[in-house]
Design a protein. Structure first.
Length: 693
């Protein structure tokens, strides 16, 4: 949190939480083109804040949320716990200190709030009593708990926790020599036996598996309910009477090889016995129980070996086990179902780059509630956001975003949404931001409509051409939206027009559009989608054809590296976390099994030509574009060796190139605010070097 603003924030806590300030903020944003304000600078990134994990109480009175801010001294993200009174607007910090907070969860009667925090040393579950204003830890466990779920009587809390498995027979059989006292030996070798042995962000993992526990909500000993070498998943749903919990798992012996299989299970608290509730082909997950305990709603995705699938909404009658589709023919992927009473649900889905929260009745009819959900990805404009619903009243709390601000807390209850916070009124409202405009055009490859946005420099003049860059999103089965992004606004502040689009393969445009890259990632097809956007901006008199640049991360980094093998129109390129050789990538990355099964026609040694055609390395002999490569040295999703292959290949051809290696960084290379700044400023410096007057 921004230290100089603490006094200001304390004043906001006693006022209607940000309502007047927010009105001023919106006015300021509307006038950003004519106001004389400084442009967004690199140091401003450290001052940004955003809301996440917004949880509304069952009666709709309070909203608890995690307030994310960047700490310039520790180069980290602070996660504090705040409370908003939806009636008075009072905005109160429950815990805003040096500790980290997460997983807020309301008790069924709304009198208590459970959360996780390291405030007592290790990460534990704590409970806050709203009326008494007191807090107490309720667990003493070593691994970190997550996925909290209150029993309906408020007496128990269920949660997930990863437990290490015992050593294998082989590991036990390895003879060891006792180390003499005070001897300094090297680290012991690590034995790897699991199929899924690594994960980006964690590296090579010890064998541990998520198990389900329950603990008294007043505190006590946690009791383990599940066992075995399986990854049990939440959310956890209590059945009526609190005698059992419903969860998701794949408990087949070969589950590590089954990337598209999971079922709903039930564990009984009395004897820990298990009952399998579904066995459909594919994934059944996100179970949620109606207030009367009679109906279980859940999501399902099929197991077709393709890179994209929609998730559909289904229901199960608890007494009989009968199931039916609630929303199955809707061409968008549904997420996060939550009951309102027993006769309707709320869900969210992405459509054309925006997130909608809608209500669903038991006949499957969708009614839109809000369409401005987002703002929880600070650096790039990903379509990411969340909501929660008051189970008693149907009021919706959510992360509200715009093209000129990150997520604030908003509440919608039968009328227009009410914005409850103004977390960046002191920063973004005081900056001259680039105007975000929508764009649609036809791809030169096959006439497919491509939709997206472009940002103009803050001092843009009609009729004048500007250096223009296309910035490509990752995934590729993700999407961008009309949301504030620190990275894109920084580029605009330095005089660039920034084009970002949802090219073929992007989500939120239906299954057919998402599948247009199946077997063609990367290829001339998505390349044409981006080049057609550049040409459209040139035709509009906006882009300078002599000053064109390209950048992207992950899938966007792949597309960038592939593009410079197909054209020399760009002055310079910046590829972050790229894949250069699909053979080496799939056989070294943490996503190997799922990617090979669902994205490629066979194993690398079975269809080498296909892997090679999709690899930027196959085109490296054509590259003349100066290329910057930016990658985390611990990246397990697109390993560092991918970047090194391209760097050395370009050097062998004497193409201008630079490799920027980020120590201790995984695939989320911008996870620390200083690294966000570094990525942006390295790119700007590289592009400026090749910009023509």
């Amino acid at each position: 949190m921004k230290a100089p603003l603490l006094f200001t924030l304390s004043l906001l806590a006693t006022a209607v939480a940000g309502a007047p300030a927010f009105a001023q903020n919106q006015t300021a944003v509307a006038e950003h083109q004519v106001a004389v304000k400084p442009k967004l600078q690199a140091e401003d990134i450290f001052a940004l804040e955003y809301a996440n994990d917004v949880q509304i109480s069952p009666d709709g009175r309070y909203v608890a949320y995690i307030r994310n801010s960047f700490d310039i001294m520790t180069d980290s993200t602070r996660r504090s716990l705040w409370l908003v009174d939806t009636q008075t607007g009072q905005h109160t910090p429950l815990f805003a200190d040096q500790h980290s907070y997460g997983n807020p969860s309301w008790s069924p009667d709304g009198s208590r709030l459970a959360f996780t925090s390291n405030r007592s040393g290790r990460n534990q579950i704590h409970v806050f009593w709203v009326a008494e204003q007191r807090t107490a830890p309720v667990t003493e466990v070593v691994p970190s708990p997550s996925q909290l779920a209150w029993s309906s009587d408020g007496q128990q809390l269920a949660f997930l926790m990863a437990l290490p498995e015992p050593k294998s027979d082989f590991a036990k059989s390895v003879k060891s020599v006792k180390k003499p006292e005070k001897a300094k030996w090297g680290k012991a070798p690590v034995i790897v036996e699991r199929t899924l042995y690594q994960r980006d962000g964690r590296g090579v993992m010890a064998s541990s598996y998520n198990q389900i526990f329950v603990v008294p909500s007043e505190g006590g000993s946690a009791r383990q309910l599940t066992t075995g070498p399986f990854q049990h998943r939440g959310p956890l749903a209590w059945v009526k009477g609190d005698s059992a919990l419903v969860f998701t798992a794949n408990r087949n012996a070969d589950w590590e090889y089954q990337s598209r299989e999971s079922d709903l299970w039930q564990v009984n608290l009395a004897d820990n016995s298990l009952q399998q509730l579904t066995d459909w082909p594919g994934d059944e997950y996100a179970a949620t129980l109606s207030a009367d305990g009679k109906t279980l709603a859940f999501l399902h995705g099929n197991n077709e070996p393709v890179p994209y699938r929609n998730a559909s909404l289904h229901s199960m009658t608890v007494a009989s086990g009968d199931t039916r589709a609630l929303v199955a023919d809707f061409d968008r992927s549904l997420d996060n179902p939550q009951w309102v009473g027993s006769d309707r649900l709320t869900i969210q889905y992405a459509d054309r780059g925006r997130i909608t929260v809608a209500e669903v009745d038991l006949a499957g009819k969708l009614t839109t509630r809000v369409t401005d959900v987002g703002g929880i990805y600070a650096t790039r404009p990903y379509t990411m956001g969340m909501y929660s619903v008051a189970s008693n009243t149907g009021a919706v709390a959510y992360t509200q975003a715009s093209a000129y601000d990150l997520a604030n807390v908003a509440v919608q209850s039968g009328a227009a949404p009410k914005t409850m916070t103004a977390l960046n009124a002191d920063v973004l409202a005081q900056r001259d931001l680039g105007e975000v405009r929508e764009i649609s055009y036809k791809s030169s490859f096959d006439g497919t409509e491509i939709h997206g946005w472009y940002i103009l420099p803050p001092d843009y003049e009609e009729g004048k051409r500007y250096p223009t860059m296309v910035e490509i999103h990752g995934g590729p089965h993700l999407s961008y939206g009309p949301f504030f992004a620190a990275e894109h606004q920084r580029y605009a502040a330095e005089g660039y027009v920034v084009l970002y689009v949802n090219y073929r393969g992007s989500t939120s445009y239906g299954k057919d559009f998402a599948m247009l890259l199946d077997g063609h990632y990367a290829s001339e097809r998505d390349f044409a989608d981006h080049m057609s956007g550049i040409d459209t901006l040139i035709e509009m008199g906006i882009a300078d054809p002599n000053n064109l640049f390209i950048a992207g991360g992950s899938a966007g980094g792949i597309a960038t590296a592939y593009a410079v093998g197909l054209t020399d129109r760009f002055n310079a390129a910046a590829a972050t976390n790229p894949v250069i050789n699909w053979v080496s990538k799939t056989l070294t990355a943490d996503s190997s099994i799922g990617q090979i099964q669902n994205q490629f026609p066979g194993m690398p040694w079975e269809d080498l030509q296909h892997y090679w055609q999709r690899s930027p390395l196959s085109l490296v002999g054509n590259v003349t574009t100066p290329t910057l490569l930016f990658t985390g040295e611990k990246d397990r999703r697109t390993p560092m060796a991918e970047t090194e292959q391209f760097y050395q290949a370009l050097k062998l051809q004497k193409v201008d190139t630079v490799m920027v290696r980020v120590p201790d960084a995984y695939h989320g290379v911008t996870a620390k605010p200083s690294r966000t700044v570094a990525k942006i400023e390295h790119t700007l410096a590289w592009f400026k070097r090749y910009q023509k007057d």
